[in-house]
Design a protein around this ligand. Structure first.
Ligand code: HEC
Length: 185
């Protein structure tokens, strides 16, 4: 999978354009600074500026309550970013999901290595699809994408990690793909 990602990485990105995390990557407070967060495959970013092999980015996502993990959509547990300290999240505004739970819209700014980013979310989804087709259909038939909801697939995958010898990196790429296909309920 690393190979697929590496060949599809775009060498330079346009300012203000959307970028996506191709593989799990730390966020630094400045170039050569300390790690303030960890971004996961598929998370969407906005480029602020370029600095050598680093890109300054802004991430915007949603947290349910006091969660150190932010998600891509309100009510859907697509894991985008983990922070060590809740103060890393800047709260923008509060939303409610269909069950009346509050989700804070939060932003994080920092520096990430350019070569961990891709210009198109399809790169991540295609890598996830390849994993699914190659690793999930040898013992039983491939299960349908809509057999489980977007919030259930990660726990199904969890039970199949040792069967499929998935690395943490592969788990998140696979989850991201299945969550993009699965119904939300
Ligand atoms: C080494 C063989 C093997 C591989 C590879 C494998 N599975 Fe399974 N899977 C099983 C067996 C055996 C069961 C039935 C027993 C069980 O549930 O553990 C099962 C059951 C399942 C179920 C039904 C569980 C339920 O709660 O209804 C799903 C869904 C599933 N696998 C998905 C996957 C996915 C997705 C992958 C790829 C990440 C995968 N499997 C890879 C052996 C495998």
């Amino acid at each position: 999978m690393r190979k697929i990602l590496a060949t599809l990485i775009i060498a330079s990105f346009a300012c203000g354009a959307d970028l996506f995390v191709g593989s799990m990557t730390p966020v630094l407070d400045k170039v050569g600074g300390k790690v303030i967060a960890e971004l996961h495959a598929g998370a969407k970013l906005k480029q602020i500026s370029q600095n050598g092999e680093y890109v300054e980015v802004e991430y915007v996502g949603f947290i349910p309550g006091e969660s150190p993990i932010a998600y891509a959509r309100v009510g859907v547990l697509e894991q985008d970013i983990n922070v060590g300290d809740m103060k890393t999240f800047k709260v923008i505004k509060t939303h409610k999901d269909p069950y009346d739970n509050e989700w804070d819209e939060v932003s994080v700014k920092g520096f990430v290595k350019k070569d961990t980013l891709v210009a198109d979310i399809d790169v991540v989804h295609k890598a996830g699809q390849a994993l699914f087709e190659e690793r999930c259909g040898s013992c039983h038939a491939l299960h349908a994408y809509d057999e489980f909801g977007a919030n259930v697939w990660p726990s199904v995958i969890e039970t199949m990690i040792s069967n499929s010898a998935l690395t943490p990196q592969e788990v998140e790429t696979l989850n991201r793909f299945l969550q993009s296909k699965a119904p939300i309920e």
